[in-house]
Design a protein around this ligand. Structure first.
Ligand code: PAF
Length: 281
């Protein structure tokens, strides 16, 4: 696996594969790879001839006071894991490659999907995500891009921007990979101390409780949200939100509609965890 840090050789390599008629899949990451990322690489290998992974800790998607500085950077270990996973190329640019003029003038906004849920707690976050993802799409020009469902709001925003901007690629969402105790895999899990790590699986257990109540016929969505919030608070979390929503729009169900997904964000100490559970597919 070749590691490339700048855009011209990346474009050359991709052009060469295209000339051979090969299909290209992209797995965009911020590094510090875990089994969740490796499942994305494996899925990408199944749908394309070549897999390009990117590792870039994107400053544009971190707000003031967020964890940009402490976000783990583990490129050598990431390279080792990507080689073992059968990735063909790693693009690991620095910020000057991606943002040569500093903060970009041209940004991507997907307001209806972004100005809710995590977007309320992290203003500007999804503008940063959508902008860097479009830039990575332009650089790699993949046929397919694979993203995890753990970041479900991000996934829906990327699907929307691909659709709205007529990008010639297919977006695939992959099921969340979990630890044995149910905790969704995330690079941020490494920030949890031992006591917080013990508490963390309560997030997914609480979402499962909501799903079980819905399966048993509960349909007072607001009451379910309040109960789940209380459960998380009692377990030691500071809750940003628990929300029952529609999958396509991420908006609350209107009268007569059923909720289709429960999403939550909650903090243990200085670590913010997110998770979600779709009720029926
Ligand atoms: O999910 C992530 O790791 C990031 O938000 C992404 C999609 C790589 C954009 O920086």
């Amino acid at each position: 696996m070749q590691t490339i840090h700048t855009i011209p050789p990346l474009r050359q390599r991709i052009a060469h594969w295209r000339q051979q008629g090969e299909q290209i899949a992209l797995v965009a990451t911020m590094g510090n790879l875990h089994r969740g990322h490796l499942a994305l690489i494996e899925a990408a290998r199944g749908v394309a001839d070549r897999v390009v992974a990117t590792v870039f800790v994107n400053p544009l998607q971190f707000g003031a006071g967020e964890d940009l500085a402490r976000y783990p950077r583990t490129l050598a270990e990431d390279q080792r894991l990507l080689i073992a996973a059968g990735c063909d190329l790693l693009f690991a640019p620095d910020a000057a490659q991606i943002y040569p003029h500093g903060t970009p003038q041209t940004v991507v906004e997907v307001p209806l999907l972004a100005n809710t849920l995590c977007g309320l707690n992290r203003p500007g976050h999804f503008r940063g995500v959508a902008t860097v993802v479009l830039k990575l799409f332009n650089m790699v020009q993949p046929d397919v891009a694979v993203f995890g469902e753990k970041d479900f709001q991000q996934l829906q925003i990327i699907r929307c921007l691909v659709d709205d901007l007529n990008l010639p690629l297919k977006v695939i969402g992959m099921a969340t990979v979990r630890e044995d105790d149910g905790l969704a895999m995330s690079s941020r899990n490494g920030f949890l101390n031992a006591a917080e790590r013990q508490l963390a699986p309560a997030l997914y257990r609480t979402l499962q409780g909501v799903a079980a109540a819905v399966a048993a016929g509960a349909s007072d969505w607001a009451a379910l949200e309040v109960t789940a919030c209380n459960t998380l608070q009692q377990a030691g979390f500071v809750v940003d939100y628990v929300a029952l929503r529609r999958v396509a729009t991420l908006q609350p169900p209107t009268a007569g509609e059923d909720a289709e997904i429960v999403l939550a964000a909650a903090r243990l100490g200085t670590t913010r965890l997110i998770d979600n559970l779709i009720f029926a597919r």
